[in-house]
Design a protein around this ligand. Structure first.
Ligand code: ZN
Ligand code: ZN
Length: 158
């Protein structure tokens, strides 16, 4: 759980090379984070799963989560962002600024979905229909419609 401290991400080569995801939780997430160890705080020196030496990536947990949300569990994208963080911090921060906004937007849509009910049929499952994302400004055009998964009714999120 995030407690206000900037948590770091560690890298375990052994877990990364091993195709068996470690830890408990959503299998999709376990596959996504395989080899990356987050949420353990600072000062970890051995992998909690395989006891091998690990490397502190100096990568914040918040960014790790934002990349996951914005890329929808895209493993290649995560690898590329971590590489970019190492090689070109300016390019990384530029890209990250965009991803943080996108992740926030997706998070709020998810929250909206949870509390929204379709006025026609009462269904609570929606698919967000999003208008164009503006790369230049980093801001969405903020027009998102929710489409009821049950009856197809379209509504604006409140
Ligand atoms: Zn490991
Ligand atoms: Zn409906």
């Amino acid at each position: 759980m995030y407690n206000g401290e900037e948590l770091t991400i560690y890298f375990c080569q052994n877990c990364y090379d091993n195709n068996e995801p470690k830890g408990n939780g959503d299998p999709k997430n376990m596959q996504y984070i395989r080899g990356y160890i987050g949420g353990w705080g600072h000062g970890l020196s051995k992998c909690p799963y395989c006891q091998q030496d690990i490397v502190d990536l100096n990568f914040t947990h918040d960014d790790f989560i934002a990349i996951r949300t914005a890329s929808n569990y895209n493993r290649q994208f995560l690898d590329a962002m971590i590489k970019l963080h190492d090689e070109d911090i300016i390019a990384y921060e530029t890209k990250m600024a965009e991803l943080r906004v996108k992740a926030k937007e997706l998070e709020s849509i998810k929250q909206e979905e949870r509390k929204t009910k379709c006025p026609k049929c009462g269904c609570t499952e929606f698919t967000p229909l999003r208008k164009k994302w503006r790369l230049l400004t980093g801001f969405a055009t903020n027009k998102v419609e929710l489409v009821c998964n049950n009856c197809g009714y379209k509504m604006q999120p409140k």
